[in-house]
Design a binder for this molecule. Sequence first.
Ligand SMILES: [Zn+2]
Length: 264
Amino acid sequence: MNLLKALWLFVLSLTSAAALSANIQVQAVSQHLHILSGKDYGTNIGLVETPNGLVLIDPMPGKAHLAELEKVIKEIHHKPITHILNTHAHDDHSGGNAFFTSQGVQLVVGESSIQGISHRVVKSHTTTDNIYYHKPSNTIFVGDVFDTSWHPTFYAGGVAGFNNAIDTVLRMGDEQSLVVPGHGAAKDKASLRKFRKNTLEWVDTIRLLSIQGLSVEQIMTNKKVIDLVERFNLSGKSPFLPQKAYQRFIERTIQVIEREHDSV
Ligand SMILES: [Zn+2]
């Protein structure tokens, strides 16, 4: 990072601090792009200033904090919000839509003509995962195709869909692109590649153990499986996953493996 950019980010972080609210965190990536996140779901909300207006990506900080989100946005940009984009339909990403559309904000579904934001559709976390790339700030919003605070959730697309989704993201932008997951800290492409490698190793390991006839309970206590799941614990939470979620992750991975086996 050059000195000017570092200075700029510092100034931006000062202005962000002034806008900080109790429930919403603000991170300035550039003059035109902020990442906001609410306490409730930790969903990364994109706030992008474009020539077509002020665009919100996944504006969901929790139902109780929507007015607070709006207030924070007004403090950052003294202009109206014009468009909403969703990375996918799940409520922790789209649940704030109605709050804004009832005020006249336009929800953009499918192809968008917003200047500076390009769009690809993949199938991994859900059947329709939207990837949005903001070229002026070299930032890619990838939704729950990537997660830096949770285990991977590739249940709609399986391994093939997941691989295709990651390839699609890697083809956008360049090596310096900021990659914003649905939840958790924004990272870079190297982290995304690592996430893919760990995910594929996870699937291969679960496949092998279930072929060997191990039950879900036995897989849960397998040393390699425990180590593998810990690789997704980027923020060092302890415990990382509640037991129920850990069990569910294994069960759903087995379902994906069986489905892919059936379709061969
Ligand atoms: Zn989500």
